[in-house]
Design a protein. Sequence first.
Length: 100
Amino acid sequence: MIYVMAVLATFNNQDTVEIKARGRSIATAVDVAEIARNRYIDNLAKPKITIETEKIMDGDAVRNVSCMTIELSKEGTEAKEPLKKAMAPKEESKPVSEIK
């Protein structure tokens, strides 16, 4: 929950948040992104997810470690405009004889 609160606090100052994780922490990063997106923040765009592999020296051996970056960003107001127009109440249609 601490990570979720950190994401929410960052959204107060910025429009984009990157959540980065390596190895076994990837599951936690995904949970944080989903909790923030589904429970607390309504106007988020679809997350941008990047995966990669880092080579890490472990003594004399080289290990491959999986890495993930989840980028959460707020939707722009332009994307909401067509929806607002579609949801607006329609004007009553007038008969042709009343139109001047």
